[in-house]
Design a binder for this molecule. Structure first.
Ligand SMILES: Cc1cc2nc3c(=O)[nH]c(=O)nc-3n(C[C@H](O)[C@H](O)[C@H](O)COP(=O)(O)O)c2cc1C
Length: 355
């Protein structure tokens, strides 16, 4: 299944070692202002950087608009966007032969499709997040019409936790002050040291990203199956390496009493509001008008340059492998714009469905 959405329908294509990666979008309203420069800026935020956490792969990632946008405005027709893959090195993966990388998708893909391995067999690859960011750029522009704002930031890398009070105006600004998108400067410095140290050990680190959506109209989300939480979770789990999601107080609700967990209503600037936001901005699968807040856990990059045990599927012998190739020591900072993109795709669709 390569598509998601009921009205704003995003279909992804390509893979890490194909010529292109990209997306088709059906159902985008006409006359949305989407300058190519904006799509490119969003792509640039996802690109590998020169920082210690990033892969040394060179990904130029220049957007090509094939259809659906003319003179910076959507036409109402199918939008087709792609990015060429310029730094393909399938030989890195040929070296692995029939030995699945621990933690990567090779083993189930190999068993199910028996296909030739090519960078996690193409679609199970961080490269697919290019398609998400392309579609996310269009979705963000639709949401701008509704004055909806989305931003994500890093709250944890390895064991280092940031202090992030829910002062969203400040968090939105402070997260841009360092390459990790972490609003807590001191924690960010510690995180960078942790990543450098893991990289030197030939190892990797995971972390947590929090995402905030402001300004969503009350009642966005489709009961029954397509609740706001349900669709968000489905789409967010398409991002490779995401292992968990929680909304608002999340797993913390288990230990609370109802009197503590319930968000009590009040009137703020003439509108119904809530004194707390343990529900994370969603009740009954629909948005409440409070910020939609969720956190995701990203696992440590599976491809590490340490010796690991695996099995040669052809000979059925246990072997040692050292994964070749150029990999991110920590995926988290590069996943931040991807989480925003997927959230934008989800809410653009749910708003269009509601209206
Ligand atoms: C932006 C981004 C970059 C990634 N880069 C790498 C990488 O360099 N090496 C790697 O092994 N995995 C990388 N991954 C993660 C793998 O693609 C992912 O773990 C794998 O496809 C298995 O899927 P799963 O972890 O969701 O089960 C990246 C993921 C993202 C979101």
């Amino acid at each position: 299944m390569n598509s998601t959405g009921g009205k704003f329908i995003v279909t992804v294509f390509g893979g890490s070692h194909d010529r292109n990666v990209g997306c088709f979008i059906d159902g985008c309203p006409a006359d949305i202002n989407v300058p190519e420069k904006f799509i490119q800026q969003e792509l640039d935020r996802r690109k590998p950087s020169k920082q210690a956490f990033s892969t040394k792969r060179h990904e130029e990632d220049k957007v090509v608009i094939l259809s659906g946008i003319r003179n910076s405005r959507t036409t109402g027709g199918r939008i087709e966007l792609l990015v060429e893959n310029n730094d393909i090195r399938p030989s890195d993966y040929d070296k692995l032969g029939a030995v699945p990388r621990p933690g990567h998708a090779d083993w189930p893909l190999f068993s199910r499709y028996g296909m030739e391995r090519r960078g996690g067999t193409g679609q199970a690859s961080g490269r697919m997040t290019v398609s998400m960011v392309l579609a996310g750029a269009i979705a963000k522009k639709i949401l701008q019409r509704y004055k909806v704002r989305i931003f994500a930031y890093t709250t944890q890398i390895g064991a280092v936790m940031a202090v992030c009070k829910p002062d969203y105006k400040n968090l939105e600004r402070l997260r841009l002050k360092n390459p990790l998108y972490c609003p807590d400067k001191k924690a960010a410095a510690k995180m960078l040291r942790g990543i450098e140290s893991a990289g030197k050990d030939g190892d990797s680190l995971g972390g947590i990203i929090e995402c905030v959506t402001l300004g969503l109209p009350v009642g966005t989300g489709e009961p029954f199956w397509d609740s706001a939480e349900g669709v968000l979770a489905r789409n967010v789990f398409a991002i490779p390496a995401v292992k968990a999601i929680e909304f608002g107080a999340g797993f913390g609700v288990a230990a609370m009493r109802g009197s503590k967990n319930n968000d009590q209503f009040c009137v703020k600037s003439g509108s119904v509001a809530m004194k707390t936001n343990n529900s994370g901005g969603v009740l009954g699968g629909m948005t409440t008008g409070m910020p939609v807040v969720f956190r995701i856990a990203v696992k440590p990059t599976p491809s590490i340059s340490r010796e690991q045990r695996s099995v040669d599927i052809k000979t059925m012998k246990e072997v040692e492998i050292i994964v070749p190739g150029r990999h991110d020591v920590c995926i988290v900072p590069r996943a931040v714009p991807v989480v925003e993109a997927v959230t934008a795709i989800t809410f653009a669709d749910l708003i269009l469905r509601k209206n």
